[in-house]
Each structure stands twice: as structure tokens, then as C-alpha cells.
Design a protein around this ligand. Sequence first.
Ligand code: FES
Length: 368
Amino acid sequence: MSNKPVSLLAGLPRPTVLLLAAGAALVVGRAVRRRTGSASRPPASEPSRSPALTLLVTAHERLADGVVRLRLEGTGLPPWEPGAHLDLVLPSGLVRQYSLCGDPEDTSSYTVAARLVTDGRGGSRELHEQVQEGTELEVRGPRNRFPLVDAPAYAFVAGGIGITPVLPMLRALPEGTEWRLLYGGRTRASMPFLEEVEKLDAGNERSETGAPPAGGRGRVTVAAEDEEGRPNLDAFLADLPEGTAVYCCGPEGLMAAVAERLPEGAALHLERFAPRTTADGEGEFEVELHRSGRTLTVPADSSVLAAVRAELPNTPYSCEQGWCGTCQQKVLEGEIDHRDELLTDSERGDSMLICVSRCRGTRLVLDL
Ligand code: FES
């Protein structure tokens, strides 16, 4: 276990800015218990695809440097619980995920916040620059793969825009609940909801070691790197009660650092900005396009989608992150390495999302 302070935005090239796609990952949520070190798939109880709603953007406002908040209004909105996210279909057709950060009791609107990713794939720029008050957006969800579980105590770690799914959780905790929060960002000016977070813990007293007290004041640690430097994760995660639920939303480096330091008896719940990338590929493999009569090589650092689109440029896709289902293709032969969080077990029998999923062997045959 390292004792070094850890950047909450570690692993990101500066000045990269992030869009919570959610999740969650948006977003992928998963729970890890330290004792076993194993990860579990999120519950498959939700329908894989929710019916779409068309909502009106009634507020589009700057919340912090590079962060906007949107309010989307409609009628008969499905309920949601803290940790849930929405799929937004942007005007171009791109689909992006955003954690809900408003009030679950408000049944007439949803609120999301999004950070501009200047070197991203265009979705955040579109949301920042093309969407405005009066824009109608198609919305799917909400879905929740990062739910707040019952636990004797909670520790939340949020990096940058990763505060969005955490905030409704903090508001929902019953009085008397034991919790602590570490909220970090590159600069104070870029951290959304900072004022509200600090109000959650008016005293903000802290021990000499930097560890928060077991309860009461001093539960919130705000670590703006331009002012306080990097936070001490080890101190934050010290002395957690048995069974504490540790929630972390932020960049991959942050989640890895929290997982590495997870104390015995604690359960870790993660919400990613994005699912595993094609860089996680473990070797190249072949894909045969049955109807086209072509065979392609998918390199370890690229996706099936990229290889297929090089041959068949009209192959549909949207999110490129295993969320929307647009790229689903039927598989005729081969063992699929499913890496999405969308398909049901029955759908996985003979199809795959080619933007993220790969091959367990050396060859797949697609019905293309
Ligand atoms: Fe959205 Fe593949 S493009 S799941």
C-alpha cells in the first residue's frame, strides 16, 4: 500500500477535462469487496433499453469552469434514485450518459451536469455549444448501476465532475448516518457544486493526521490541487468501520488508487467515466464478415467497430462505449468477450456490441 498523496485526476494528460459519461460511467457501476478482490456484474434487472422521452432544455447554465448544468423538463418523468444516469441523444445522434444530480422528488424535470472535454469525441462540445435553452433532446432512462446500498457507514471519493452521482447520495443519507467525502479537482474554479458540498459539513474540522473524525463535522475534505495540493487517500480511508461502503466516481487512476488502498471489510462501488477501452485488448484476432465475404484483423489496440467500419463505412454506431446498442451485430461463430453493460444474457447468446466487445479466441464470424 502506497503512502503517497494521489491526484484525484491522476492518469489524465493535463489539461484534459472530463465529461461524466458516467459513470457512471457514466458509465459503468460495479461493486468490489476487498476480501475477495472480485468484481460483480451490475444487476441485470433493468430493461436493456428504456423507452425514449423527448424533453425540453429549460436551463443551460455555467456551473464552474468548463461545466454546464442542464435542466430537462417534461411530464410523467420516470422516477430515479441517487446514482442513476440518463442517456441523452444529442442533436447529431451521438448518445452520452450523464448522472442525475438534481432532486429525485422533482417529477417534472431532470438535472445533469457535464464537463467539456476539449480533446474528446465531440459529445461534450455539442452539449456545451449546440444545446441551449429551447432545445429538445431525446432521453432514455433513468438507469441505475451505481445504487446507494444499505451500509453501516459510507466513504465517498469524487474526482472533478464525478461529484454528480455522489451529491444526490449525500442529500439522501438519513440524519445520523456516518459518512465522509473526499472531493478533489485540479482547480477550485473547475469544481462544480463546491459550495453545496462545503455546506454539507459546516464545521469541517480535521485531525492533525488529516483523517476525518468518525462522525459529525469534518466529514468533507475538499482538495483543490491549485490550493491544497494532492489529497492523502490513505488518511481519508483510514479507520473505516467494518462494512463501510466506499463509493468512487472519477478517472481510472483515481479508482485504481482507491481500490489499491481499500481496507479489509470495506466494499467498493465504482462509477466510471467510460467503460474499458480498446486499449485493454489482449491481442489481435480475426473477424470474418460472412455476407461480405471479407476477413479483417482487429489489432489489440483497436475495436471491432473500427475494423468493420474501415470495410463497411455505413455500419451504424453512436456512443462507442457499449451503452446505446446502436452497433449491435449478430455473431455466427466464435466466442465473444462481452465488455458492454447493456445486453441481457439472452441477447449475449448470439450478438455483441462491436464498439467495445472482443473475441475470447482467435476468430469471430459476424453476420455482415
Ligand atoms: Fe453504442 Fe456500441 S456504439 S453500444
